[in-house]
Design a protein around this ligand. Sequence first.
Ligand code: G3P
Ligand code: MG
Length: 242
Amino acid sequence: MSNKVEIFAHRGISGLYPENTMAAFKAAAEIGAHGIELDVQISQDGELVIIHDERIERTTNGVGYVKDLTLNRLKQYDAGSWFHVDFQNERIPTLNEVLEWVKTLSYKLIVNIELKNDRIKYENLEEKVVRLIHELNLDQQCIISSFNRDSLKKIYEIDQKIETALLFQGVPTDVLNIAKNLHVQALHCEAVFAQSILGRKASLAGYPMRVYTINTLEDFHSLENTCASVVMTDFPQMFLSF
Ligand code: G3P
Ligand code: MG
C-alpha cells in the first residue's frame, strides 16, 4: 500500500449512516472521502436504484423484490429508520439523483458503481448505466464494477471509455487471464488477494487493486506492504488521516 492510498466510502459511510442513502453519501463527501461505492439494481419500471439487496426488507420498511416494485412505490418506503430513527426521511436514491448531486461538489468524488446483477439478470442494466454516465458527462469520474463477468464483457462491447473493474473473492489463480479477457482496468479484491504473490503480479501487470471491505485498523495496517491503491470501508473517517 503506497502512502497515497485512497479511501472509498463503502455504500457511503455505512458504519454511521444507513447504507446506500444520500445521507451516507453526503457524509462521505463532507469528510473528503476520495470516492463512494454504491450498488445499483433496477425497479419494475426500469429505473436505476441504489440498494444492495435484491429485496427491500433489510434496509427499508417495505416488502418485496426491487424488480417487482415501481420507483414510485420504492420511494414511499423509509430507508433510514432500520438504522436509526434520526434517518426516517431517507429514501432509496436513484443513480441519477446521486450522480446529479456528485456534479454539484467542489471536488472530484469518484463514484464506484457496482452492478448488482449476480443473482438477478436485469435487462439492459449495462446500457442504462453507461448512457446515464455519458449524459451527465461523468465518464472520468465513475468506475463500473461487478461480480458478473458477462456484464463486464457487455460494458466493454458498448463502451470502452468508462473504467471497469472485476470484483472477486479470494485468490483465483486465473484472475489475470480473466481480467485481460474482460478488458477491465482494475481489480476489486479482498485483502487476502492484495497480500498474495498473485496480487503483487497483478500490480506489476498494471492493475490497480482496490480492497474491500476494510473496517479495522488491524486490517488496514495489514495492507501496508501491499500495492493496494484504494481501501473501501464502512468507516472512512478512521483511515482518511493516514
Ligand atoms: O464493491 C465492493 C463490495 O461492495 C462488494 O460487496 O456485497 O458489499 O456489495 P458488497
Ligand atoms: Mg457493493
